[in-house]
Design a protein around this ligand. Structure first.
Ligand SMILES: Nc1ncnc2c1ncn2[C@@H]1O[C@H](COP(=O)(O)OP(=O)(O)O)[C@@H](O)[C@H]1O
Ligand SMILES: [Mg+2]
Length: 379
């Protein structure tokens, strides 16, 4: 039987909780045509939130269409253009024939090779010739706006893991090109989100960068405890099971209100419990998840230096001022310059997140595992 919780894919409909204010802000921005940047660590709910807003707006805003693009695996400008134009063509028409017609209409000079879908779906794949593409890049950069004008619609272009454009070879030049065109668009609104906080902040908050002041920058938070408690109780009830508010609180607390992990632990607890979920089921669920992930966690640890492990120990003990002399000495962290470097490395390894000024473990379950297996009382 399917469980009452969802993790790993987008949380939609009854798997989605709260975010009332964020939904309001995004909806208003999309209607007003205000570009919005959404920043949070991975798995805090950016994609689910935007997806949810699009689902809510669909029935009442027929002229507004959403287009979703994920740059997760996109590594070059060329690839960007392909993925980008494909997504736009596929979002603007639902029928295959119409999509093919659109390609002819919008890419007259570019003449991409079209790969037809084989699996009975309607998604086209486009391949451009790079030389041609380079000369006509603006055609693609302006594609959303051209589609809007032609079809008399408005588009909300949502681009996930947008910070990946920083890795393109001439990234700055590319960003300049994008910004120069996008800021002229009147019918297209951009919603750009990403999970590498430092990179996103660099793109959007440095006055010297092309995307400075492109729109509203929102930092997404975790979900409040009170919403989790209500949500967990309700989801258990939807399967004819029960859980008290105290035990539900325990699930959220152990996972530090982290959206993905609260759902994962709740699911595990639901599977392990009988009619009524008890505290012992939560304990067992935590152990079970740790067991499942221990190989992965052990591998992470194997790649760290002693000093990096010491840094994590300090973090797990709730230290916050890592560069003060007593913390440096107590945890044998070396120099303060060293600590700054370690923070950067651990962050790029995605073991910690620094939503300044706070630093935390990216994965609350890893934190529990780390405390249990890597730290003795004397630490
Ligand atoms: N509003 C929400 N209500 C309940 N669970 C959520 C919510 N947002 C996110 N989640 C949980 O977090 C997971 C990751 O969400 P996702 O939207 O993919 O995050 P991101 O895009 O930031 O990486 C989801 O699979 C779901 O388990
Ligand atoms: Mg996402």
């Amino acid at each position: 039987m399917e469980g009452p919780f969802v993790f790993g894919s987008h949380a939609t409909q009854h798997f989605f909780t709260n975010r009332t204010n964020e939904i309001k802000t995004l909806t208003n921005n999309f209607i007003a045509g205000t570009n919005t940047m959404l920043i949070s660590p991975r798995r805090w709910g950016k994609s689910s939130l935007v997806m949810n807003v699009s689902e809510r707006m669909k029935p009442t805003h027929k002229k507004i269409r959403f287009c979703f693009i994920d740059l997760f695996s996109v590594r070059s400008e060329e690839e960007f253009y392909e993925v980008y134009s494909q997504a736009l063509i596929n979002a603007s028409e639902s029928k295959l024939e119409e999509r093919i017609k659109s390609v002819g209409k919008f890419f007259r000079s570019l003449l991409p090779a079209i790969k037809l879908p084989v699996d009975g779906q309607n998604d086209l794949e486009l391949n451009f010739e790079w030389k041609q593409l380079k000369r006509n890049a603006d055609d693609i950069i302006n594609l959303a706006e051209r589609i809007c004008r032609e079809k008399k619609i408005k588009l909300i272009v949502c681009i996930d893991e947008f910070q990946n454009i920083s890795n393109f070879s001439d990234s700055l030049g590319f960003q300049k090109k994008l910004r120069a065109q996008w800021q002229k668009h009147q019918l297209t609104t951009y919603c750009l989100y990403g999970s590498k906080r430092q990179m996103m902040a660099h793109i959007f908050e440095s006055p010297a960068m092309p995307f400075y002041k492109f729109g509203d920058v929102l930092f997404l938070k975790k979900i409040d405890r009170k919403h989790w408690i209500k949500f967990i109780v309700k989801q258990f009830a939807s399967k004819g099971n029960s859980i008290t508010e105290e035990v539900a609180n325990e699930i959220a607390e152990r996972m530090e209100d982290h959206p993905y992990f609260v759902q994962q632990l709740a699911q595990e607890a639901w599977q392990l419990s009988e009619k009524k979920c008890l505290l012992k089921d939560v304990d067992a669920a935590v152990s079970r998840l740790m067991e499942k992930l221990s190989i992965l966690y052990q591998r992470e640890i194997d790649q760290l230096s002693n000093k990096q492990i010491n840094f994590l120990k300090a973090l797990a003990n709730g230290e916050t001022r890592f560069t003060t002399l007593d913390v440096l000495e107590k945890y044998r962290l070396g120099t303060s310059g060293n600590v700054i470097k370690m923070k950067k490395v651990l962050e790029s390894e995605e073991l910690i997140d620094s939503m300044e000024p706070e630093i935390q473990f990216t994965d609350p379950l890893f934190k529990l595992w780390f405390r249990k297996y890597m730290m003795k009382e004397s630490d």
